[in-house]
Design a protein around this ligand. Structure first.
Ligand code: SDX
Length: 428
């Protein structure tokens, strides 16, 4: 029996169907609302509005639950394998050994950039923002590769996905090398995904960077934990651009631009800047908390709060634990980790944060872990993008294979001037 809700509009009572999700989430289907009542709904940041059905990621924000294709995120933590998770997010199930091997081969076969694209880096200023380089260069992949417009068949889609997921790593590493005036280090086909990225970042000619298992695992974990997060700002951007049937490169390049924002993926940079300021005595943790609570102050406690999580972000828990593990293995202390812990404790015991259910999110500890690997702060959001790319690709594909998908085109409530005549210049 289809569940419905009644809506009374003037002297009209209409019934609207209720959609029920796998975990019992319920949504009022308003797709016929305007036809039936002439009215629209109003939900500016879409905080109460579902824009799609999706089978990829489930989040229970109240309980702090995150699952990829039904698998709790914690179950990837002991043996994080980003390539395996990427394939699973895109194709809907864990890959069989031969499927994973094939996808890994495709990643290796597509790790190089076209030399023409590589030469574009020669004209990029050394201090160019890496996220600007990343979004531009992802878009420019369509100079050298056919525009991927729709997932006609799995094979061509798998190649398009491998091309993007492999080359994003090379683009990121090349932008880092460019920023330091260092020679580009080409990808090594004998290295696994994360090891190859770190090799391209940190090897120097005739002195190969050798990754330790702990660092390789930690980077796999960072990428796995960033791989998808349902309809966040950047994923919604990818879906919006993709709904116009723009190609996959352009859609993901748009996602990079949205992710760059300090309220979104750019927060991992802001967190480190905030912790550094405390470390250098610029401000105390108490000053931070005070500033974050001061409505007249634009300062926010970066790495805290979330539109969906009203509990501890499960990714933050895993990243925090990995920080401890990696720093212990490296026999290194990071004062910023101690400061982060103090800040977390102060915030979690402050009524302002407790009342608003503000907890650490994925960005609060990720930067400390990336620092431990030697990755510079200005590359943190790029690393977030490398991790999130499979999620964007999976969501883009899911939208394209859904025959009911239409171009995303929200409505508005117009509050501008009523009809008024044009006034010639001489009469103004
Ligand atoms: C990511 O959506 C996703 O899934 C994103 C992400 C993903 O994986 O894709 O999880 C990745 O973007 C994580 C979030 C990273 N951003 C930050 O850490 C920036 C700091 N956080 C905030 O700016 C904020 O919490 C947001 C942007 C994350 C969420 O903003 P919302 O949902 O619009 O919440 P809000 O601004 O309406 O805040 C509600 C209240 C407000 O106070 P009141 O008006 O009720 O008095 O909480 C306050 C806010 O002022 N608040 C904060 C705060 N976050 C919310 N106050 C101080 N510091 C903060 N960090």
């Amino acid at each position: 029996m289809q569940e419905t809700v009644k809506l009374i509009v003037g002297d009209q009572t209409i019934e609207l169907p209720v959609i029920v999700g796998t975990e019992g989430e319920r949504a009022i289907d308003i797709t016929k609302l305007r036809d039936q009542t002439g009215m629209i709904t109003y939900d500016p940041s879409l905080g109460n509005t579902g824009v799609c059905r999706s089978e990829i990621t489930f989040i229970d924000g109240e309980k702090g639950i995150l699952r990829y294709r039904g698998i709790p995120i914690e179950q990837f933590a002991d043996h994080p394998n980003f390539v395996e998770v990427a394939w699973m997010l895109i194709f809907g199930r864990l890959p069989k050994p031969d499927e994973l091997a094939r996808f890994s081969s495709l990643l290796t076969a597509n790790e190089l950039l076209h030399e023409g694209l590589k030469h574009q880096f020669d004209h990029i200023p050394p201090d160019a923002p890496p996220m600007a380089i990343l979004s531009a260069t992802l878009n420019n992949l369509s100079f050298y590769h056919e525009q991927f417009l729709s997932p006609q068949d799995e094979e061509s889609f798998e190649l398009a996905a491998a091309r993007l997921i492999s080359k994003v790593r090379t683009i990121a590493a090349f932008s880092y090398r460019r920023s330091l005036g260092l020679p580009f280090i080409y990808p090594d086909p004998n290295l696994r995904y994360c090891a190859n990225f770190l090799h391209m970042m940190f090897s120097i000619p005739f002195q190969q960077y050798i990754v330790t298992p702990e660092i390789e695992d930690a980077l796999n974990l960072v990428f796995v934990l960033h791989a998808d997060h349902e309809q966040n700002c950047s994923t919604s951007t990818v879906r919006t651009v993709g709904s116009a049937r723009a190609n996959l490169f352009a859609s993901c390049a748009a996602g990079v631009c949205a992710l760059w924002g300090p309220l979104h993926g750019g927060a991992n940079v802001e967190v480190i800047d905030m912790l550094e300021r405390i470390h250098q005595g610029g401000m105390s943790p108490e000053d931070c908390i005070r500033a974050a609570k001061d409505k007249s102050n634009p300062f926010r406690l970066f790495g805290f709060g979330h539109r969906v999580y009203k509990n501890y972000d499960p990714r933050a828990k895993l990243l925090k634990a990995s920080c401890d593990k990696v720093l212990a293995k490296l026999r290194r202390q990071d004062p910023l980790l101690d400061i982060a812990r103090k800040l977390e404790e102060a915030a979690l015991n402050d009524p302002y944060f407790v009342e608003r259910k503000l907890y650490p999110n994925v960005d609060f500890y990720s930067g400390i872990l990336l620092r431990a690997m030697g990755i510079p702060t200005n590359m943190f959001t790029v690393c977030f993008a490398i991790g999130r790319l499979p999620g964007w690709i999976a969501q883009w594909r899911e939208q394209h294979v859904d025959a009911s998908t239409r171009i995303l085109r929200p409505r508005q409530v117009y509050t501008g001037p009523a009809e008024s005549p044009y006034v010639p210049m001489e009469d103004r």
